[in-house]
Design a binder for this molecule. Structure first.
Ligand code: ITT
Length: 196
């Protein structure tokens, strides 16, 4: 089956492509179609993922998989959440990380708890949609660590693994991340072919 990966984020694309390998789908990147993602006007990760997948499925006439994800920081009342890609109006990963650290200045380690959330939505041209959610708990460090991954990875520390996502090899992040957990649910639903 051909599936359009409805993301403009290369970091997400890499991780989704790796995670979807067992299904043997023929993945088609969004730039192949010249289709724009809609503005994210939803109030939840689910709303935004469904909106992105449905728009792309409708415009390409192919099944489309979208990922809406973000970082939910307890001491900031859940910010940046669904606004993670444009937090503080910052448009690149490094500036967003600096902004997040500024917002958390003075917050002690035990209060820097956070979780990453990812919702994957698979939409079909006929309007049918499935969605899968994954979450992972961690804490926000006071300074970045590691060079791997993308986005907030250098600040997101997993106490049990004693590393940030940016300090992990891609295969290790692919075992523990929010996206990996959402992908595992998708793979489980698809283990005997398309879910009913
Ligand atoms: P698309 O909508 O084109 O897929 P986007 O980057 O705009 O790409 P989102 O609106 O879902 O996607 O924003 C998610 C943001 O959350 C993303 O830009 C990162 O800053 C952050 N994020 C999500 N997953 C992440 C991960 O695995 N590691 C680090 N940061 C992540």
């Amino acid at each position: 089956m051909q599936v359009v990966i409805a993301t403009s984020n290369p970091g997400k694309y890499r991780e989704l492509a790796r995670g979807l390998e067992p299904l043997g789908w023929e993945l088609r990147p969004l730039p192949d179609f010249g289709v724009e993602l809609p503005e994210e006007t939803g109030t939840t990760f689910e709303d935004n993922a469904l909106m992105k997948a449905a728009t792309v499925a409708q415009k390409t006439r192919l099944p489309a998989l979208a990922d809406d994800s973000g970082l939910v920081v307890d001491a900031l009342g859940g910010e940046p959440g669904i606004y993670s890609a444009r937090y503080g109006g910052r448009t690149n990963d490094r500036d967003r990380n600096v902004y997040l650290l500024e917002r958390l200045r003075g917050v002690p380690p035990e209060q820097r708890t956070a979780r990453f959330v990812a919702v994957l939505a698979l939409a079909y041209p006929d309007g049918h949609v499935e969605s899968y959610r994954g979450e992972v708990e961690g804490v926000i460090l006071e300074a970045p660590r590691g060079e791997g991954g993308f986005g907030y990875d250098p600040l997101f520390y997993l106490p049990e693994l004693e590393r940030t996502f940016a300090e992990m090899a891609p295969e290790e992040k692919a075992r523990h991340s929010h996206r990996a957990r959402a992908l595992a649910k998708l793979l489980e639903a698809w283990k005997d072919g398309p879910p009913p």
